[in-house]
Design a protein around this ligand. Structure first.
Ligand code: CA
Length: 219
């Protein structure tokens, strides 16, 4: 039936995960290791990571960016989807969180693809731009502090080649974006969603997977 909407409740979500997720053993182990961390809910779900990995493979991406690594599950998932000589510029400020994931990057044999930069991501991205990397990346995943999302988006857009793809996490923000808001994070997400809707530099789709992912393809 056209336009039929399926509400994904917990039971249906469990079915979806059970019937699609294919993890490398290191991915499963890293999810387990993250479960006990404070803020474990910041990790994207395995079905979402698999979706991003599928996009990376579909594009034949070789060079990727991640803004917001947390314990490294999405970086692991993207790096597994990159070719052996692929490159992932991974930006985060937390040594404590990224330290959780690094042994699993080694276990999966993809650690050599990940260039982890422990610094504010804006500094890392600006350094990459200053080094002449504009237009040299295929894919970017933004999943970090929401108040800087627009700054990350602009830098990633400059770093991407035409036809490159940016995936932006948490764009539905638990539904809060559709309601009047007074907190800075929700307001930042509402502003970015409105900007992207009108942004003629990209083709866009807002996908209700996880907490909502916007896909923006650079024209
Ligand atoms: Ca997120």
């Amino acid at each position: 039936m056209a336009n039929r909407r399926t509400i994904v409740d917990d039971a249906l979500h469990e079915y979806l995960v059970e019937h699609t997720v294919r993890e490398h053993p290191a991915q499963t182990a890293l999810r387990e290791a993250t479960r006990t961390q404070p803020q474990a809910g910041m990790q994207i779900g395995p079905e979402q990571a698999q979706f991003l990995a599928l996009l990376v493979r579909l594009m034949g991406a070789r060079r990727a960016i991640e803004v917001g690594v947390f314990t490294g599950y999405s970086a692991l998932s993207v790096a597994l989807a990159l070719p052996d000589d692929g490159y992932l510029l991974a930006c985060d400020v937390s040594d404590a969180y990224t330290r959780v994931g690094r042994p699993f990057w080694e276990q999966a044999g993809i650690a050599h693809k990940i260039d982890l930069r422990l610094a504010p991501a804006i500094e890392t991205l600006d350094a990459s731009l200053a080094a002449g990397d504009a237009g040299r990346f295929d894919f970017a995943f933004i999943d970090a502090d929401k108040s800087n999302y627009d700054a990350y988006y602009e830098r990633c857009l400059a770093l991407l080649r035409p036809g490159g793809l940016i995936a932006i996490d948490n764009v539905l923000w638990g539904g809060a974006v559709a309601r009047p808001a007074s907190d800075a994070d929700t307001i930042a997400l509402q502003a970015l969603n409105a900007k992207l809707h009108a942004d003629v530099r990209v083709d866009v789709a807002m996908v209700p997977i996880g907490d909502g992912v916007t896909l923006a393809r650079k024209r």
